[in-house]
Write a protein that binds this ligand. Structure first.
Ligand code: FES
Length: 322
């Protein structure tokens, strides 16, 4: 079986698949070579072993602790990657992964007091780091608050029994769950909150709320995972984009990245890392003013020809796209 794209050079075989909740599965992968990664990082997965559909998933396993490399994936009905991984991939199949990527990790965090906050599938890097901290920094004082829709949605339910955790269920809270959502009241009960490093992962509005609340409560070291970006509604005014092939005109609010403009208008674009690292979102701009925050995977010739990484392209005015 040949490598679908040089971006995903790691071939891994599905050893087994475990159903975590009604709509979340963990795939345990065997990698025959040593695969270097850090707790909390993610990898791009080549979907259907193709060159042009890559999706980012957290490596929910923990280096030096877990027996397998694991991906924990929620099924999203219109998600090409998650549908394939959760419904079609079988034991014995091969997947192709990129190098591990991302800076959302605790292994260089000097503070021994941490608060890890997760919502839904955002628990995947949090569990990876929790195991890592237990093994390599057993002296660390680690508090975890994990928000779920209902008690049946607790991912890694058995494993959480090994660690102190506050579980919060929005619906049908049973014994062992706080009822509702993460609140200022719950945060205020965390001992020494202001002295802790807070790390959070979950839907973007949840992380934004967490950031403003913990900072208001005195936290100064705050980190969030960035690739869970909701797709915005299509705009009808603002920056204008004229696409030549296929011919189409669309709009996005001033301040949007080119990727946000494309996605909110349902224009075809691949995006995995959303951080200017993977190169998936390469797009050609024919004319218009823009700045870029990453050109990492582009050659000088491509840059000269107007190629940008859409996730790292900040339009300063109307753009014409190829
Ligand atoms: S999505 Fe990875 S570089 Fe843009």
């Amino acid at each position: 079986m040949t490598m679908p794209t040089p971006q995903c050079p790691w071939r891994m075989q599905v050893h087994h698949i475990h159903k975590e909740t009604p709509d979340v599965w963990t795939l345990s992968l065997l990698c025959h070579d040593y695969y270097p990664y850090r707790a909390g990082q993610y990898a791009l997965v080549s979907i259907r072993n193709s060159a042009d559909t890559l999706r980012a998933y957290t490596l929910s396993s923990t280096p030096g602790v877990s027996e397998y490399i694991t991906l924990t994936v929620r099924r999203i009905d219109d998600g090409a990657g998650s549908r394939w991984l959760t419904q079609e991939v079988k034991r014995g199949d091969y997947l192709w992964l990129s190098d591990a990527q991302g800076e959302f990790t605790c292994d260089n965090e000097p503070n021994d007091k941490l608060l890890l906050l997760a919502a839904g599938c955002g628990v995947t890097p949090i569990m990876s780091m929790r195991r890592w901290l237990a093994k390599y920094r057993p002296q660390a004082d680690v508090q975890v608050i994990f928000n779920v829709r209902s008690p049946q949605d607790v991912i890694f339910a058995d494993e959480w029994r090994e660690y102190p955790v506050t579980l919060v269920a929005e619906n049908d809270a049973t014994a062992g769950f706080a009822s509702g959502r993460l609140s200022r009241e719950l945060l205020s009960k965390v001992p020494d909150l202001a002295a802790r490093t807070v790390m959070t992962c979950g839907p973007a509005p949840y992380m934004d709320w967490v950031e403003s609340e913990v900072k208001a409560l005195g936290v100064t070291r705050f980190f969030k995972e960035k690739f869970f970006t909701p797709v915005a509604q299509a705009a009808t005014s603002g920056l204008k984009f004229s696409k030549l092939s296929p011919m189409k005109t669309f709009y996005a609010p001033v301040g949007s990245t080119l990727l946000e403009a494309l996605e909110s208008n349902k224009m075809p674009v691949n995006a995995a890392c959303r951080a200017g690292v993977c190169g998936c979102c390469k797009t050609q701009v024919i004319s218009g003013e823009y700045t870029v925050s990453s050109t990492m995977t582009l050659t000088e010739q491509e840059i000269a020809a107007g190629y940008v990484l859409a996730c790292s392209c900040h339009p300063q005015g109307d753009l014409v796209l190829a």
